[in-house]
Design a protein. Sequence first.
Length: 136
Amino acid sequence: MKVFFKELRISTSQLYELVDITRQVEEAVRESGVVNGICLIHAPHATAAIIANEHEAGLMQDILNKLKSDYPRGAGWLHDRIDDNASAHLASAFIGSSRTFPVMNGRLVRGTWQNIFLVELDGPRSRRVLVEVMGE
């Protein structure tokens, strides 16, 4: 079994932002040489997340608006007494920091409208995204 790691470096420019990393992840899968297996995409941060969804401007703004609505900044969260970013921690905890996709015939298997995004919840920042590809 092969195991391949690649670290992506992503710079965000806004407090809340969706960064499409699909091409970088697909490139990592190609570089891995894995024909059949799985690909894990992980953001090792407590205030960022990974999602899969359509890259359409309206939907992307809808996602960001929903996050701001469900996890409002300054809503009296207890963690805000420490860092003033509890909303980012909460959103990340409920969305999740990882996604896993199958790899089949050397390609990442994703739906027609499924792109992979880093969700910035406390930017702007420099973020790491780890891509691990495992298989044969």
